[in-house]
Design a protein around this ligand. Structure first.
Ligand code: PSU
Ligand code: MN
Length: 302
């Protein structure tokens, strides 16, 4: 039986011609950004890639099909329908039912890889949650990145997570981590996390070189490109610390668990920062798309 994978004509033409393609995830649209502006943001992300000469492949599941590349009507469905958030373990259930959903970093990486798309831009990765020593709450993103040879550009992981523990898990899982112009892991809304990185790359061409070496080694693990915002674009650190502490307190008070935790913390922080965190979030995705376009272009030229 063949995989129910549907690649849009634009994406499949670009791949066949060896032109650059960048995958985008859909959970950021359905659960990570508030309605109704999420649709305009999703369209801007795609346009930014096109302006850079790169074909966007937004990934989702629609009516029992794994999709790489969405039409505008399909993008609108992800932005406005109450679709579930899908990680790896949800894919077989949704396919069997002919259902739809938005894909996390884990499921997006899997589908992009099957479609032949090698570079992926997102905001932040899922990781190890604070208190994971008792809750065991660790994103499936980590395991998936240990099994898929994708290159994902992110601004690290959000400070709602345990950043040090997340980096330890990435090490255990054999995931390559590169700092893009930095020797420190970023913490999403803030440029630095205080966690040092072993490897720094200056540009997209250097990342493409690491991708080529990964192929020669026949490794099936991801490359995480950690791309921090410039200092003058980050969230005010005091506001950040206050909002984070209060969001974590409310999460515990309300007993939020499982896959609801990440969306709850994110939307609470947007509320507490009066939208400042959201504006920074959008700049982060745009900054990551710019770097992913550079990597995909360098990869296509190799
Ligand atoms: N981080 C963000 N915004 C997001 C997510 C993470 O800044 O929307 C989403 C991504 O799709 C990521 C997922 O893959 O949350 C991780 O969720 P969980 O922790 O439940 O695995
Ligand atoms: Mn979780």
């Amino acid at each position: 039986m063949s995989l129910p994978l549907s690649i849009s004509p634009e994406v499949s033409d670009a791949l066949a011609a060896g032109r650059p393609v960048v995958a985008l995830e859909s959970t950021i649209i359905s659960h990570g950004l508030p309605r109704p502006d999420n649709l305009a943001a999703a369209r801007r992300f795609e346009q930014q890639l096109r302006d850079a000469g790169v074909v966007p492949a937004t990934i989702a599941v629609l009516d029992g099909q794994l999709k790489a590349g969405l039409s505008d009507a399909e993008l609108e469905r992800i932005a406005s329908e109450d679709v579930p958030k899908l990680s790896m373990r949800d894919l077989p259930v949704v396919l069997a039912r002919g259902g739809s959903g938005a894909t996390t970093v884990a499921a997006t990486s899997f589908i992009a890889d099957h479609a032949g798309v090698r570079v992926f831009a997102t905001g932040g990765l899922g990781g190890v949650h604070r208190g994971a020593d008792t809750s065991f709450d660790e994103s499936n993103d980590l395991k998936a990145l240990s099994e898929v040879p994708i290159t994902v550009v992110s601004a690290g992981v959000k400070s709602v997570l345990d950043i040090g523990a997340t980096l330890e898990r990435l090490e255990t899982l054999g995931v390559t981590v590169l700092g893009y112009g930095t020797d420190e892991f970023p913490s999403f809304w803030l440029r630095s996390s205080g966690e040092p990185l072993d490897w720094t790359v200056p540009d997209g061409q250097a990342v493409a070189g690491v991708m080529e070496a990964r192929e020669q080694l026949e490794l099936c693990t991801a490359i995480v490109v950690a791309n921090p915002l410039p200092f003058d674009q980050q969230l005010d650190p005091d506001l950040h610390d206050r909002a984070l502490a209060e969001a974590l307190r409310r999460c515990e008070e309300k007993g939020i668990e499982g896959k609801e935790v990440t969306p709850f913390l994110l939307s609470t922080i947007v509320e507490l920062t009066e939208g400042d965190s959201l504006a920074v979030n959008l700049r982060i995705v745009e900054n990551n798309i710019r770097v992913a376009a550079e990597i995909a272009t360098a990869w296509a030229e190799l």
